[in-house]
Design a protein around this ligand. Sequence first.
Ligand SMILES: Cc1ncc(COP(=O)(O)O)c(C=O)c1O
Length: 448
Amino acid sequence: MAETMTGAQVAGLQRDYVMQSWSRQGTPALPIARAEGIYFWDYDGRKYADMSSLLVCSNLGHQLPEIVEAIKEQADRMCFMAPAYASEPKSRLAKMLVDIAGADFYQRVFFTNGGADANENAIKMARMVTGRQKIFSCYRSYHGSTNGASNASGDWRRFAAELGGMAPGYVHFMNPNMYEDGYTRGVDDEAVTRDYLHRLEEQLQYEGPDNVAAILMESIVGANGVILPPKGYMEGVRALCDKYGILMICDEVMTGFARTGKMFAWQNFDIRPDLITFAKGVTCGYVPLGGVIVSKAVSDYFTDHVLQCGLTYSGHTLACAAGCASVRYYLDHDICAHVKRMEGILKPFLERMVERHKCVGEARCIGLFAALTIVRNKETRELMAPYHAPDSVMPRIMARLKEKGFSTFGRETNINICPPLIITEEELNEYLPILDEVLGWVDETFCD
Ligand SMILES: Cc1ncc(COP(=O)(O)O)c(C=O)c1O
């Protein structure tokens, strides 16, 4: 469709007619005219580097010809076929996903429309397989905004879903955030892991482990600030699951598809989840798609029992065509290896920011998945934005970055840096100095 509106008209209609997520309505939204590679442009022709891959989904950047062509070709042939029928893109993609997860352990994929419903369906499956009700999940987490996924989420975004009464069977436990908890990474890992696992096991005991169907966790907590677990923690959670016959669900919605330098972030640890939920990077957002990859054991359960899950658009043909093209691109171009190379630039840069700036408490980076903890006082570790504080200065920091062409997001007291995985060394070296400059401004303006 040719552009027929001005940017002001587009923004005006959005302001007046679109219900905007997680915002007071009427908040202005920047109208975007086009996107390509790691960039997008507004209607005034201003260029922005997409340093967050939008919502950590545009892993292969914008308008990648291989994905666009696959969508066009599929659209010409058949846009959609119902889930009860087999279609080439769906069949192919399911096998590709099982192969990258590990065909020795995983068997099948249930496709959904995005991340929240991937988690909803994983939760349902875990309950059906175990015959147990309770789902354990972390306070420091986000799993989506549908009712079950909201209830499983730990951050404040679950509160609205709880207005209807908390859904039964959801139990939250506190997961470690070494910096905010006052520890030193690389020094205190063992003690923190031991302490947090002890508390988790205690909580399982008090809830009755025989009542617990699954522990649902982001393999690495994303939106709440790329919280890297202390060494041994994920392995310890897996061991508790094994001990009590609990299924482990790893939410790979944000971390999947090469984001951390592995196809799935759980592959950074010595664990194998029973169910893997995914979305975002599977199609890079070009067409919405999500799903659950299940182990052979979970799959086997449903050969004798009916899978009571279904969605009109499960395995959407066009979305799966985009998925096949995306997964093929990750593999053919060894995007994981490229991400590891780019980590070699991003990680030392962020570590320099910790040394250089009063406002940077900690940097965390694995692959191209990174965040800075912004503090008001480095000595006391006083956070720039206390948890769920109203009117924090963080949106001003994000706005300042965006004004300078560096687009990203942050939640609470973090700035996330998660550029498209195809970013080059030159592009990183061009844009990271903007972050340095803005952090200097934060030092002067907001730090003690
Ligand atoms: C870890 C995680 N899980 C689930 C979701 C929800 O995905 P969706 O917005 O596609 O429903 C998100 C979204 O950001 C996420 O980061």
